[in-house]
Structure formats: C-alpha cells, structure tokens
Design a protein around this ligand. Structure first.
Ligand code: AHG
Ligand code: MN
Ligand code: MN
Length: 342
C-alpha cells in the first residue's frame, strides 16, 4: 500500500495538525473549506477571464478611490455571499466595502470575524499576471446579536488564522492557523486543494528585494540608502541583490515566503492622502505578517512588528517590510539610523 501522505486535503490537514485548537477544529475546517469553495469559483472565472466579458473596468471607483475591475466585484460578491451564509462569521470586512458587512437576515451569526482583500493585484488582471485573495480571521470579541467593527479591528497578534489564494499557473491556498504555514494546490480534476507545501520556512536571509523603484524620489533617506546598499556587491555572495517586482502583493509575497528576500511598500511622499504607504493593515499587511512570522520570517512597519499595530480605522494603511528575518532587521536599522525623528 502506498504512503498515506498522498492526497491530504484541507480537512484532513486541519484534523491531523490542529490538536492545539480542539474547540475550533470543526469550525476552522468549515471556514477553510468555505474559503476553498469560494476560491474555486473565482479561480474558474480568472482562468477564463480572457474569454468572457469579465475583464476591464466597471467604470466605478471603490472606497479607496481606485478604479474597480469587474473581477474585483465578482470576487467580492462570491466571497461575501458564501462566507456570509456559512454560519461561521458574525461580521465581515472587505477592501471593496466602505463599512463592515453584516450576516444576511435568517443566517446564523458565528464566532469569528473575517477581513478580505477579495482580489489583490487588480492592475494585473488584464495582462494575465498572478492575482490573489487575502484573508484574516479573528475570534469574535463583541456580544449581542450582530457582530461589529470591534470584532474586525483587532491587532494581528490576535489572529486565529490568515492566508491567501494565488490564482496563477496553478491555484494555491497558503494559510496558517498558528501551527506553521502550509500550501495546498488545487487539483481541478478532483476539485480539491491538496497539500503541496508542508511547513513553509522563510530562509534567514534572501538574495532578492521587491519594491516599486518608481517611488524612489518619494522615499525617506533611510529607505533610499538601504536600497542603494542592496545594489552594492554583497560581501558574502560577491554580488548585489536581484530586483523582483510583480506588482501583486500576493505574488510578491508568495515568492518571498518560498525563496526569502524582502518585499517592501514603504511610506512615501507621493500622495499626501496616503502618508503611510499604499498597503492596508487589516486585509493585506496583518495576514501576510502573520504568515511571515509563522514561517520564521519577520514583518515590520519599519518601527515595529506589523502584528503589534492596534488598528484605528478599517482601511488604514501602514508601511510594510516583510520576508527574511535578517533582511527585515537591516532595513529597520537603516530607518533607525537615518529616519528616526522624521
Ligand atoms: P489591490 O489590487 O487589492 O488594490 O492591491 C494592489 C496592491 C498590491 O497588490 C501591490 O503590492 C501594490 O498594490 C502595487 O502597488 P504599486 O502599483 O503602487 O507598486
Ligand atoms: Mn490588495
Ligand atoms: Mn484588492
């Protein structure tokens, strides 16, 4: 008989590895399976997007003031509908929705709250570059019938689970429930996410840096000096770091989790309305920071751990530096040395 390791799906993985969460095993399994169900539907649309009228802009702008792509709306609707009726959540938040979303009338209010970036990397949809969905899950803290913003606005340190789905050459779900980071690849022939990456670990130091260099003139001195340093010959390897930037956070962070290095979206002076950079805390930075720390890496705002930030607004943005521990510590040194007091 072949090794029993073949075909571990999400359900078996949770049961086998979640002894530490006896009270939540059933719920976490249910939650992850609902996320996987929604992901399969979005993956199907993404993979045929070039063929059907789902590409392009809706002509509207979202709360972020960004052009909304049809696939943004589609993914938002799919995830909120499926998760809202799953019975696991008391309240939801989405990048595409100004306020929190309540569970529809007649459906059970559950013990968890979820924040979503339903489609990350929208600017890449029409050019067939990897895009994704990011999620972060907290335990409910409010009581009463309806959940509320307080259930969502919790520091990342308190996350119960977080992860992303990356829709690329294959569709992968990468998640952590506090017991390491694990990747599941969708096998479309059986319609299951099968474990393909067990206990992902970020190397202590990487060889690549990932940042939008077009913002160089708007960065602080410390960030500019750090990026200039990466371009010098490295003492150990004898060569500079390589630049890798896809422009989809999920894709750039997926590479960083698997291969190490550092992904950055610093604060910049480009847009006075966005003094803390572009990436949102609750459904981009916190979940990715949770995964990084669970994989042995680090995630910083430049002045401290992303997971320690106490949220003050639903769509607040924070500067973000994440990946290999040594690389993140070095950029924090540059910020301390050249920017403190800014
Ligand atoms: P979203 O598509 O959800 O709005 O996120 C886009 C984000 C993120 O995916 C990526 O890292 C970043 O925007 C890229 O921003 P720039 O184009 O300014 O580099
Ligand atoms: Mn995003
Ligand atoms: Mn998005």
């Amino acid at each position: 008989m072949t090794d029993g390791q073949i075909g571990i799906n999400l359900t078996r993985h949770i049961h086998e590895k979640q002894k530490q969460y006896p009270e939540a095993t059933g719920e976490l399994t249910g939650i992850l399976n609902q996320l996987a169900f929604a992901a399969k539907i979005v993956s199907r649309e993404v993979n045929k997007a070039g063929l059907v009228e789902i590409l392009g802009l809706t002509g509207e702008k979202n709360i972020q003031g960004e052009q909304v792509m049809k696939l943004d709306v589609f993914a938002n609707d799919v995830f909120l509908n499926i998760l809202g009726k799953s019975g696991h959540f008391c309240v939801m938040a989405s990048e595409e929705e100004e306020d929190v979303i309540h569970v529809p009338e007649g459906y059970k209010r559950g013990r968890y709250a979820i924040a979503l970036d339903p489609l990350d990397g929208s600017s890449n949809i029409d050019v067939n570059v990897n895009i994704g969905t990011i999620f972060s899950i907290h335990r409910r803290v409010s009581d009463g019938d309806e959940g509320c913003e307080r259930d969502i606005m919790q520091a990342g340190r308190k996350l119960v689970a977080a992860g992303y789905i990356v829709y690329g050459s294959s569709t992968m779900l990468v998640m952590s429930t506090g017991n390491g980071v694990h990747g599941f690849t969708l096998d479309p022939s059986v319609g299951e996410f099968l474990e393909s990456h067990t206990n992902i670990r970020i190397p202590a130091r990487g060889k690549t840096y990932s940042i939008n260099e077009g913002n160089y003139p708007y960065w602080s001195i410390g960030i500019r000096k750090y990026i200039d340093h990466l371009k010098e010959k490295d003492k150990e390897s004898g060569r500079p770091y390589s630049g890798r930037y896809i422009g989809s956070m999920v894709a750039d962070m997926h590479r960083t989790l698997l291969k190490g290095g550092i992904f950055m979206y610093p604060a910049d002076k480009k847009d006075p309305k966005k003094p803390h950079g572009k990436l949102r805390l609750l459904y981009e930075c916190s979940p990715m920071a949770f995964l990084c720390e669970q994989a042995g890496g680090a995630a910083s705002t430049g002045n401290g751990a992303v997971l320690d930030v106490e949220p003050t607004q639903l769509h607040q943005r924070v500067p973000f530096f994440a990946g290999s521990m040594e690389d993140v510590r070095l950029v924090e040194d540059y910020i301390r040395r050249y920017d403190d007091g800014d």
